[in-house]
Design a protein around this ligand. Structure first.
Ligand SMILES: NC(=O)c1ccc[n+]([C@@H]2O[C@H](COP(=O)([O-])OP(=O)(O)OC[C@H]3O[C@@H](n4cnc5c(N)ncnc54)[C@H](O)[C@@H]3O)[C@@H](O)[C@H]2O)c1
Length: 383
């Protein structure tokens, strides 16, 4: 029988939304259910989660529910285990930097949720520490693996667009205030002191999406808002929501593409998906969402005429677009990236979604916040 290569993974923040659902259940346990991550030379990688958190009852319950035995509230003890080779962090953002430093000192490879840290300086420092320690490192960039964005990448690689001119992105949905309907996101997201804010949450995603599909970001101009200033938390108590809950931004990319992305927790959805990117090129356009992607080629572009006196009849503009076929099976994006990171650690396969790219994401968020504060366009890398 082919060899099983077990690898201990300290999973910190496993009681949280992302830590539990996407990383433990949909990634690490799903990998075990499929029989591990196959290795090119035969055999497979077998993740052994070591659950870490603050609440022993919750940890014990999660472990019992999934047939796991290893859990602790003591991060140092978990990091001291010789069988723990990887540290993974899905804690609230404000707790991340400290824990990652501990893990690097303990000589573990580190994989983490975004944002890598709360500031660009801290993120760069973590990248330097990781390089100096010679540990493998990575940051979650799940949006790249969404079926809709994979299809968009396929269109770009196939030359569908001709010259790409612009990208228009709409991300968001209404996050309930928590008074008459329970909020669907944790309250720390709406408090600056706890690492909240939509810019810190979403710009790290926008950075890698833009970088990987269209070009590095050269400048950003953002207007942010805190539209809803009072919310009700998990305990039913009202709190002051002081973090930005909407950001309206324009990014200029290397190569001249203009990307205009709205991010909002205060918008009601009138689109097909929670995020949509429209890409317009000289030869064609596409609208990509989480799963779907539709296109319109220059040859099938209708010729609208501006005439508000006449009602629109016949086909709607939306009907003139064609759905891009799947042509492949799309697995959960978090799991696909976990598999790549595990192969990177065990078999040395390349993995470029590292701390440096995570740090570029935080730098973009910081530049966006600076732009909003100062009311001007910020060049990336400008002090
Ligand atoms: N990749 C993505 O699409 C995506 C989506 C949402 C969130 N995230 C990131 O994942 C991380 C966790 O977000 P979440 O939505 O799962 O949050 P959550 O509030 O549901 O979970 C937070 C986790 O951190 C733990 N924690 C440790 N110290 C804490 C403290 N002092 N206060 C509160 N909680 C503490 C909690 O116990 C819990 O396990 C954040 O960094 C966030 O930016 C990523």
């Amino acid at each position: 029988m082919a060899a099983r290569r077990s690898i201990g993974i300290v999973v910190n923040g496993v009681t949280g939304r992302m830590g539990y659902r996407q990383h433990l259940v949909r990634s690490l346990l799903a990998i075990r259910e499929q029989g591990g991550v196959p290795l090119a030379g035969g055999g497979h990688i077998w993740p052994e989660p070591i659950l870490v958190g603050r609440d022993p009852d919750k940890l014990a319950a999660i472990a019992a529910q999934h047939g796991l035995t290893e859990w602790t509230t003591d991060l140092d003890a978990a990091l001291a285990r010789p069988d723990a080779e990887i540290y993974f962090d899905a804690q609230v953002t404000s707790q991340r930097e400290k824990a990652i430093r501990q893990a690097i000192t303990a000589g573990k490879h580190v994989y983490t949720e975004k944002p890598l840290a709360e500031s660009s300086a801290a993120s760069l420092e973590l990248a330097e520490l990781a390089t100096a320690a010679g540990i493998k490192n990575g940051v979650v960039q799940d949006k790249l693996f969404l079926p809709g964005l994979r299809k968009l990448k396929r269109l770009i690689d196939g030359g569908f667009f001709g010259q790409i001119l612009s990208v228009r992105g709409e991300f968001g949905y209404w996050v309930f205030e928590g008074d008459w309907q329970v909020a669907q996101r944790p309250s720390w997201n709406y408090r600056l002191a706890d690492g909240g804010g939509i810019v810190m949450d979403m710009f790290p995603h926008w950075n890698y999406v833009l970088e990987e599909l269209f070009g590095n970001v050269r400048t950003v101009q953002a207007t942010t808002a805190t539209h809803i200033t009072k919310r009700v938390d998990e305990r039913g108590e009202e709190y002051a929501a002081d973090a930005d809950d909407a950001a309206y931004a324009i990014f200029e990319l290397e190569g001249g593409i203009i990307a205009q992305l709205n991010s909002s927790w205060t918008v009601r959805v009138n689109r097909d998906e929670l995020v949509e990117f429209q890409v317009d090129g000289t030869h064609g356009s596409a609208v990509a969402g989480l799963r779907g992607c539709k296109i319109q080629h220059r040859a099938s572009t209708p010729k609208p005429v501006w005439n508000p006196d006449l009602p629109l009849t016949g086909k709607s503009f939306r009907d003139e677009w064609t759905e891009v076929p799947d042509n492949e099976e799309f697995d959960n994006g978090f799991k696909v990236q976990w598999e790549a990171f595990l192969r990177h650690v065990v078999a040395g396969e390349t993995f470029h979604w590292d701390f440096e790219s995570g740090a570029r994401g935080v730098r973009l968020a910081e530049a966006g916040l600076q732009s909003a504060r100062e009311g001007r366009r910020i060049a990336i890398g400008e002090a």
